[in-house]
Design a protein around this ligand. Structure first.
Ligand code: URA
Length: 260
């Protein structure tokens, strides 16, 4: 029996997905009497056990993603490549690929974590409760995802384009696999500034284990672009006392944009 690398990875991804959903045993549809099995003499079979023919080197999906995005010259091509990418098991449990929202010509690109339930249903980032707070925060410094003028507009995406089951935190492997898409996304949009929302976004792009609490309050750099960490609005909904610091960060963003 020959297994194509593609089939092998699909089967592996499906298995990982089932484990993710809580399946921890493989049970057949018909009960097997193992005592009877033992008693039966093993046929001296000439038929050799099925040989899984040498599977080509397991495909490194992160390298595969890097190979795919290298050929993407614009956002339309990148979206198509992402929608056609089957290496990440999260895609199988998601209703939609959440690519982006906002104006691609915007001065500011916002990077969140991953879609939640509402985003998964509607196929757009940050539209649930935390998205509504994010919109209010942006409006307070004159920014808006629907604005036509690049100076007032924002463009929004996430580290992961598919919703993790039960909104669990993204896994390190999932992030590593999808990072080439994110880096290409940033390179194609080429914003004047990045706003990194929440821990996974900061840790992925700043390549650190530090949390936003330590990283915020100063500018960093991602691929040559100034990048500002900020608390995730979902965190601010739970910890309104932190809004003060988030406001200070928004003012830092505004003054960077006002520098022209
Ligand atoms: N949280 C995120 O980080 N991104 C979304 O799109 C929604 C909620």
């Amino acid at each position: 029996m020959t297994i194509e690398p593609q089939e092998y990875h699909e089967a592996l991804a499906q298995l990982a997905w089932q484990v993710e959903l809580g399946a921890d045993e493989a049970i057949g549809e018909v009960a097997v009497n193992r005592y009877e099995e033992k008693a039966k003499p093993k046929p001296k079979t000439a038929t050799a056990p099925p040989v899984v023919e040498a599977i080509d080197e397991p495909v490194d999906m992160s390298a595969e993603a890097a190979r795919l995005v290298a050929g993407c010259g614009d956002l339309v091509a990148l979206r198509a490549a992402l929608e056609g990418f089957d290496g990440c098991a999260l895609k199988r449990g998601a209703r939609n690929t959440v690519f982006s929202d906002g104006n691609p010509a915007a001065s500011v690109m916002i990077i969140g974590e991953a879609p939640g339930r509402d985003e998964d249903i509607q196929g757009k980032p940050f539209i649930g409760r935390s998205g509504q707070l994010l919109d209010k925060m942006l409006a307070a410094i004159g920014l808006n995802r629907n604005a036509e003028s690049p100076e007032e507009a924002v463009y929004i995406t996430n580290v992961l384009p598919w919703r993790p089951p039960q909104n669990r935190d993204p896994l390190v492997d999932e992030i590593a696999m999808m990072k080439p898409f994110l880096m290409r996304h940033i390179a194609l949009v080429k914003p004047r500034a990045l706003l990194l929302v929440g821990n996974p976004s900061n840790q992925t792009l700043l390549e650190t284990n530090q949390g936003v609490t330590r990283l915020r309050g100063r500018w960093h750099e991602v691929a040559g672009i100034p990048a500002l960490p900020i608390f995730h609005p979902a965190y601010l909904l739970r910890m309104p006392v932190k809004k003060r610091e988030a406001w200070a960060d928004l003012l830092m963003l505004k003054s960077k944009l006002d520098e022209g």
